[in-house]
Write a protein that binds this ligand. Structure first.
Ligand SMILES: Cc1cc2nc3c(=O)[nH]c(=O)nc-3n(C[C@H](O)[C@H](O)[C@H](O)COP(=O)(O)O)c2cc1C
Length: 356
């Protein structure tokens, strides 16, 4: 058994999942904050092989593998996470106003499926506080990690007033974003996913794009993050809208409300209650959505593929199918901190043997 698997099996499995997340994330941040150690760790543990570097949004990105939204909701550990080997980190979801999220327990592990069910409900510090954190970070030092900023709607704000709430976040956060993601696909904010309908999405994206550009004083690549539960026709409709509005691309997919394909006992799954399911069980639909988007979008549109990625094989397959970047969340939780380096190393090994 690998070290992290053993730690997971004997320790983490028995700890409340949200607490385990907080403790390990804070530990990583503290380690990174020790003067000199952060950089040393970054240099020793993780720099991805130079052969993995690619250019996205006009920037060099050190690896196609990035961290999906939800892990660093408040932008507290971007550089510590990048030091593990991620080429990009997507912070958030950040909402216009701060909010506590849903009552705990709200995060559940399904070890048999290496899956997670969550109904966190966008617990976050709000766009003004997160923007101030990003301002301080940007002033402190240059960074080579591609920074995505994912924004969503504050729960108490009605869908009718959603645009104003997204504009508040875009105004605060766009200046620090290498790319901005409008999240309309979390199952944990009532009514949010209704905003995926083109009739709601057109005015929303049409307003956020220019506001983000104006706040940042440059063109900020704008993407929309969609659910795997959309019907194929709705995925195509979103792709058509992205094309019509000339947006940068799509992040696909978020978690699913489906509970199909699991090995965990149905009673146990049902006992967790509502929430979004993530992990390998999501891979099939995530790949289908990737194919649909690639077939529909212009060649220069960016597709960030996410959902069920847990091996270098998974990353390579998504890239072969036309993903620009690939993200993971659940695979990282189960794989542990050294997982990123392992995946990067395996990708580099393949790139080398493909060249010979
Ligand atoms: C605990 C948890 C919290 C999440 N929070 C967010 C979030 O705030 N915003 C978002 O866009 N996606 C969020 N996600 C979804 C992930 O970004 C990703 O789209 C999804 O989990 C599928 O990828 P995976 O199978 O690699 O986990 C969250 C996922 C998990 C497991």
């Amino acid at each position: 058994m690998r070290t992290y698997d053993a730690v997971f099996h004997h320790v983490l499995r028995h700890v409340d999942p949200e607490l385990a997340h907080q403790v390990s994330f804070r530990g990583l941040q503290s380690l990174y904050a020790v003067p000199g150690l952060g950089r040393a760790l970054g240099a020793r543990v993780a720099p991805p092989d130079p052969s993995l570097a690619l250019e996205v949004f006009g920037r060099r990105v050190s690896s196609p593998l990035g961290l999906a939204a939800g892990f660093d909701k408040n932008a507290k550990g971007i550089d510590a996470l990048a030091a593990l080997g991620f080429g990009s980190v997507e912070i958030g979801t950040v909402t216009g106003q701060p909010q506590p999220g849903n009552p705990a327990p709200r995060l559940f592990r399904l070890p048999l499926d290496r899956a997670i069910v969550n109904r966190m409900g966008f617990n976050n510090d709000g766009s003004a506080v997160v923007a101030e954190r990003l301002r301080r970070r940007a002033a402190a030092r240059p960074s080579d990690v591609l920074l995505g900023v994912n924004i969503g709607k504050t729960k108490v704000v009605s869908n009718d007033a959603a645009i104003e709430d997204y504009l508040l976040s875009a105004g605060h956060l766009a200046p620090y974003a290498d790319y901005l993601v409008v999240n309309v696909s979390s199952p944990n904010t009532p009514g949010l996913r209704d905003l995926q309908a083109v009739s709601s999405l057109r005015p929303l994206l049409g307003a956020v794009g220019p506001a983000a550009d104006a706040a940042a004083g440059r063109e900020v690549p704008l993407l929309v993050k969609i659910a795997p539960d959309l019907a194929d026709a709705d995925v195509v409709a979103v792709a058509e809208l992205v094309t019509e509005l000339g947006l940068a691309g799509v992040v696909a997919t978020n978690t699913t409300i489906s509970r199909e394909g699991l090995r965990t006992a149905p009673e146990k799954v049902a006992a967790f209650g509502l929430g979004g399911l993530s992990g390998p069980v999501l891979a099939r639909r995530s790949i289908e959505v990737l194919r649909l988007l690639r077939a529909q979008l212009p060649a220069d549109a960016v597709v960030i593929s996410v959902g069920g990625v847990s091996t270098a094989d998974d990353v390579a397959r998504r890239l072969d199918l036309g993903a620009t970047l690939v993200q993971a969340y659940t695979g990282f939780v189960y794989g542990g901190p050294l997982w990123v380096r392992q995946v990067n190393a395996e990708l580099a090994r393949r790139a080398r043997s493909a060249r010979v």
